[in-house]
Design a protein around this ligand. Sequence first.
Ligand code: F6R
Length: 242
Amino acid sequence: MNLLTFDSHDKLHESGAGIITGLVQTNPRAVLGLATGGTPVGLYEEIVKSYRRGVVSFREATTFNLDEYVGLPEDHPESYRSYMNAHLFHHIDLPRGRAHIPDGNAADPAAECLRYDELIAEAKQIDLQLLGLGHNGHIGFNEPDHALNSGTHIVKLREETRRANARFFDSMDQVPTHALTMGVGTILKAKMILLVVKGADKAEIVHRALTGPITTDCPASLLQTHPHLVVLLDSEAGRLFQ
Ligand code: F6R
């Protein structure tokens, strides 16, 4: 594991964006696994800046997002499709047909999960998977449980996850109860994992995930088994590592 702590968010975002754009520069056909949420917003801004400076193109790249809410219309401002359009896809030259997100409105969610896994399998391997971290140790929407799913599946969101995400909605009852998420097996198959964690409220969970027991009670702890894990922390999240 390669763990870096940054004293400014700007430097953290530049570093994370640099890892992703560097990969796409050397391998224009890279397959990227992407995340949403508050954490990667600044990192996507840096990627867009690099694209605008002409130093990177996503024309031949492919992306797979980790997850999508079930039942939010695709054009709802808080759908993860809308998020990705607003923060990244609408600002770079990634072909729309290769920017994949699970369809949270599919009539048959189980079939949609299989379709998503087949698409990932066709792409062979995710070269880099970007991850944020939930307060309860979730990655994607793989919530703590007695067992974890390997492939894409439908998940009932834990109350703490819905509460954490309620900040993006007008009220708690508007936060979806379910999501489709890539499984931990798929996440761990990525060639490289880039975990980004910010904020004092995540200091304990990131420390537990990376140094504590490997357990499905803390899905992110499985990242300890990955051979190429890069972790970027701000100084608040990295407090317990110093
Ligand atoms: C988002 C995702 C989630 C978030 C996590 C942290 O696609 O899969 O695991 O990364 O909930 O969210 P933020 O960054 O909002 O604290």
